[in-house]
Each structure stands twice: as structure tokens, then as C-alpha cells.
Design a protein around this ligand. Sequence first.
Ligand code: GLY
Length: 388
Amino acid sequence: MMTMPEPARSDVLIIGGGLIGLATAWRTAVRGLSVTLCDPAPGANASFAAAGMLTPVTELHYGEETLLDLNLASAKRYPSFIAELQEAAGGLDPGYTEAGTLVVAFDGDDREVLADLHLFQQSLGLKAEWLAGSQARRLEPMLAPSVRGGLLVSGDHQVDNRMLLAALFAALEREPQVRIVRSKVAEVTVAGDRATGVVLDDGRALAAEQVVLSAGCWSGQIGGIPPELLPPVRPIKGQILRLAVPEVFRPFVSRTVRYVVRNNQAYLVPRAHGELVLGATVEEQDYDTTVTAGGVYELLRDARELVPGITELPLIETRAALRPGTPDNAPMIGPTALPGLLYATGHYRHGVLLTPATADGMAEILATGEVPEALAPFSPQRFGRPQK
Ligand code: GLY
């Protein structure tokens, strides 16, 4: 009689190799668990496109105070997370930079937007310094004379997300407990009312004690998961540009500069190696990743109002990627109603920032079964869908 081979088995199987999946794999392996991560192109989507802002205070929104707590905790964890990662990656620099963030306003109405933000920040005890336009220009001489005011947040930083990805890959390569399978997951397998692993596109079955879904905006499209448990994530398109700053223009800007121009918000993030990231549109366009003339035009038009010199820089990359949005703009992190199935998805605009908090929290849950208090508000079970 022919016997079927036993499927390869690991303690944890992670679906999706963006920053969240990769960092969760690393932190989980550090806890002594074996990990298989499945993704046909790990690190290729939103995590690669992102600007890498770590800006919980300047990206504050009304009604998102609970998320702010997690954002702040993750920002605080960044320096030690980076130091541990650099060591695990054999010394490879993960690209973390502490240079602060400046937010500037273009006209009087935009200044009001900033003044509102400042009041809200102050009401929550957050550190942000109000600057006159002239003070903002002293910090960033490339800013146009029209700049009407600014907010300096010296605690909001950045990480070069592409260097961070490279460091995570290097750390995972050195972890004998981790295996990366460059294939697409077709479905989660369920037996006896618990998740038991996955089946890949090519028909191979991989078994695991626990399955983590961290497939970004595609997380709702994995087969095998009971429909009422599928995460309510949707794609939010972001178009983003990269420019090169020739030596003679450096530093073009010395820190992250976020701005409001006629009520449109965007940002410039300078990299140590001379690149300038300019982002990003926020569009509900289903799974479309076309870079459009209109998207590029709007980004450059508003940036030129603030920093006219930008038109001199070589445009070296245009890209569109999809953020995983959720109904309340907050991530879904932790166990689902199906034993053995966990989610780490829906990070929307904060995936890079929330990478340490998510990865540490997921590793804790996977290793002990206990959900850290800080993650309780982000339970995947909060959306009140009918569950089994
Ligand atoms: N957090 C930046 C963005 O989503 O555009």
C-alpha cells in the first residue's frame, strides 16, 4: 500500500513575508519555536514601498488614542529592537535614524490644521514645539518663504525600511529554526475545529501547531478560513516617489518634513545615502497598483510649493503599493475564534512603526498563549462579526 508522506511540520507557520511577518518570524524563533514563513516574494510589497516614518506624535488622529499608546510603545522599543536585530544580522545596519520630524503649513488654513494638531498633542501630554515660519526655515533652509508655521517633534524618527528588511532577512538566515518557503498559500487547513497548517499553490501541505496570517491587504483572500472569521482588511493604495539628492544639494532636508498644503498632507523623508522619499497618496482603488500621472503630479505639485528646489532633483523611482486598511484603522493582532489561527495584519499606515510591538507581542502569544495587555484592544475578534 502506498503511504502519503507526512507534511513538513513546524511550531508556527506564518503566511506573508512583509515586515510584520518577517519580524514575527525572527522574534518567535528567538523564543525557541520553529517557524516556516510562506510568501512568493517576501519583502516586496508595502514594506518595500514604505517611507519608514516612526512618527506617532505627528501622525496623530482624533479618535485614535488607543492606537497612539501602541504606536508610542513601539517607537520606544525601536532603539533596542534595532540593536538586537543588528547583532542577530551579523552587524548589518538596519538603518534607524534619530533626527526628529518637522511638520509645516503652507497657508493660513493649513496653519489652523497644525494648530489643531498641536492642541490635541498637548491635551495628551505629547511633546511638540510650535515654530514660526522663520524658525522652521532656519531648521530647513530649503523651505519656501511662504511657510506659515511648523511643529517640531524631536521624538519622531525614521528607519530605512529597505535596510530593515535586509537586516531581517540576514537575521532569519542565521536562525536554524526558520525556513522561508517562496510560495503562495492557497488555503489554511482546518481539522477538528482547529487550524492545522496550510496548502500551497502547488499542492504541498505544510503542518503547524499555530498559523499566523500576516498577508497585509491580501489577508482576507486566503482560502480555508471560515468566511465569518476572515479579517475585514481592504487595500488602500499609496503612490510614492524617490528622488536622488546630488552631493551639491545635501542635505536637502535634514529630518523628516511632513506638510499640509491646501489641506493635502504629504511628507519628505531624507535617507542617509542621499535618497529623498516623497509620499504618499491615499486612494481606495481596490487592488490597482498603477502609478498614475495624476498621482505623481499631485505629490510633486504640493512638494514644490514647500520646497521649490525639489524640481531640480532626479526622479529615480515611482511606485504604488497597497496598505492593509481596517474598519477602525487599527491592526488586528492575536488569536482568532478558530484555535490555532492568529492574525497580525491590518496595520494600515503604521506597519513599519508597529513592527517591533507586533513582533514582540506575537512571539509572546505564540510562545505562552498569553496576550500582552497592550495588545488586548487590537484583538481580531473585536469587529463583532458572528463567530463560531
Ligand atoms: N505612514 C505613511 C503612509 O501610509 O503613507
